[in-house]
Design a protein around this ligand. Structure first.
Ligand SMILES: Nc1ncnc2c1ncn2[C@@H]1O[C@H](COP(=O)(O)OP(=O)(O)OP(=O)(O)O)[C@@H](O)[C@H]1O
Ligand SMILES: [Mg+2]
Length: 499
């Protein structure tokens, strides 16, 4: 395989008194895609943050092309050709696409910025990525998946030796994943080394040459991807055999409608969508990305402006004009945008947990003890792993942030819960827990749930009925035997249904 491009030896990392990495050895060869997998909190992001200079190791050494290197920050790492695409997107929301891509490394013509050149460069990179956003658009107006593409464009622009991708595909459409994989293959030909973190083991099988598995901060195994099946990788990650992924489907009383949405329209996104959520059911929403599922839910709970639409809960018309109205009506929404909309990542875990349910904890001032009690209860229930309860939410691993988001939602004791991409960033073992949790909500706790997901298998495995959207409309509603990939895709792509 030739000379190692980048390697780390015996890397350990302590955060305060807590050790999260234990003597890790890891290497990438030129032109290699090396996948890094492991459960939530296993230490994947921490390891790559050390490699890129974002964190410093407590022990151990890093070598680039055989020479020992020390990076005191990411800029130093980038100077030497190590570029990382963060798991939590790291763009400046008020700047344009072009400004973000060249941030800190602007091209100049004499004294002035060479805007024209930078815009032309950005255009050509975006074209290579098949991404049709304009260099002049502001980041905050872009979808999550387009933001991810901009992050990728930013890394490509820097012409790195090593590109680290921390869950790059978790918010991409399947088309975009294809484009990304083509790009990765092109980078491989140019001898770039790629570290690829993902919870999607089928992607790991498809794109990686080798895989390294971490568990609880320790190195478990490194080997050629060909030598592992997806199941074997999953078992090595969690250290035990995994049982069937999906719980048995719940049955629901057909008679009672918990929520009815009539002719809801959100300008530019959703046209006259209608559906009924039965009591105690798990109603899935499938569709290609861009079909308007998230916007429909945002319109429903008052996070996006609607131009028409009526909402009935248990037969009674309710008014929802903003998210507070939704919460008052016991309807909760877990946003697909964890960092932007679900959590205040620079605030403490307890504050995040209780934010939507403050009156429960006020007497009239916030009762810190009760708040802490609630946090401890939630951490136990959702198995949230945190260094301690005093840290801010950004200290949690990606998957644990997702669990905190769900716990926060449950604090308002909702009757109707809308989960948008509930397992994004969550490891295979924890996914099972999430599915069991959602099933229990409807079977044991008398709730009714909506699950929006881009993972078709998840919708098929979990839901009692599935609403399929296409181009902002409800294309069809399937149940029973019809909940299969073929039928759902026919509606999602417009081959079937009223479009
Ligand atoms: N800045 C920090 N301060 C304290 N602890 C931290 C910090 N960053 C991460 N940790 C802890 O280190 C451990 C490893 O986290 P890391 O983010 O590396 O996990 P991960 O493997 O990337 O998980 P995920 O799949 O959920 O993204 C976790 O227990 C996390 O809480
Ligand atoms: Mg991570």
């Amino acid at each position: 395989m030739g000379e190692k491009l980048l390697s780390v030896e015996n890397i350990s990392k302590d955060f305060g008194p807590v050790r999260v990495l234990f003597g890790i050895d890891f290497a990438v060869y030129p032109g290699e895609v090396h996948a890094l997998i492991g459960e939530n909190g296993a230490g994947k992001s921490t390891l790559v943050k050390i490699i890129s200079g974002y964190h410093q190791q407590t022990e151990g050494n890093i070598y680039l092309e055989g020479e020992e290197v020390h990076f005191s920050d990411i800029a130093e790492g980038e100077d030497q050709g190590i570029v990382m695409i963060h798991q939590e997107l790291n763009l400046a929301p008020d700047l344009t696409v072009e400004e973000n891509i060249f941030l800190g490394q602007e091209k100049k013509k004499g004294w002035l910025l060479d805007k024209q050149q930078m815009i032309a460069d950005v255009k050509s990179i975006l074209k290579e990525l098949n991404c049709d956003v304009s260099p002049n658009q502001r980041i905050k107006g872009l979808s999550i998946s387009n933001q991810q593409m901009v992050e990728i464009a930013k890394a490509v622009r820097k012409e790195a030796k090593v590109i680290i991708m921390d869950e790059p595909t978790s918010s991409l459409t399947s088309e975009e994943v294809k484009v990304l994989f083509e790009l990765i293959r092109k980078l491989q030909e140019e001898n770039v080394g790629i570290i690829f973190i993902s919870h999607k083991l089928d992607e790991v099988k498809e794109i990686a040459d080798r895989v390294t598995i971490l568990r609880d901060g320790e190195h478990v195994r490194t080997g050629s991807v060909e030598n592992f099946s997806e199941d074997q990788m999953a078992n090595l990650m969690v250290g035990r055999e995994l049982k069937d992924m999906y719980p048995e489907k719940p049955v629901f009383e057909k008679e009672e409608v918990a929520l009815e949405v009539k002719n809801l329209s959100v300008p530019d996104y959703v046209e006259s969508a209608s559906f009924k959520l039965q009591k105690n059911e798990i109603l899935g929403f499938a569709g290609l990305v861009g079909a308007g599922r998230t916007e429909l839910m945002e319109g429903l709970v008052g996070l996006k402006k609607r131009t028409s639409g009526e909402i009935h809960k248990y037969g009674e018309k309710i008014e929802i004009n903003n998210y507070i109205d939704a919460v008052k009506n016991n309807i909760a929404y877990l946003s697909e945008d964890r960092k932007g909309k679900t959590l205040l990542t620079n605030k403490k875990l307890t504050i995040n947990l209780t934010l939507l349910a403050l009156e429960k904890f006020a007497k009239p001032f916030i009762d810190n003890e009760r708040e802490l009690e609630a946090y401890i209860g939630a951490a136990e229930k959702f198995e949230i792993q945190a260094p301690n309860y005093n840290v801010t939410a950004d200290k949690l691993s990606g998957g644990n942030q997702q669990k905190l988001g769900v716990a926060k939602l449950m604090e308002i004791e909702p009757e109707i819960i809308i989960f948008d991409e509930p397992t994004r960033g969550i490891d295979v073992g924890t996914k099972q827990q999430m599915y069991d949790f959602i099933k229990n909500l409807v079977t044991e706790e008398d709730k009714s749930c909506i699950v929006v997901s881009s993972e078709l298998q998840e919708i098929i495995g979990l839901c009692t009925r599935v609403v399929v959207m296409c181009n902002g409309r409800v294309a069809g509603i399937v149940s029973g035997e019809d909940i299969n990939e073929e039928t759902i895709m026919q509606y999602a792509t417009g081959l079937k249904g009223v479009i």
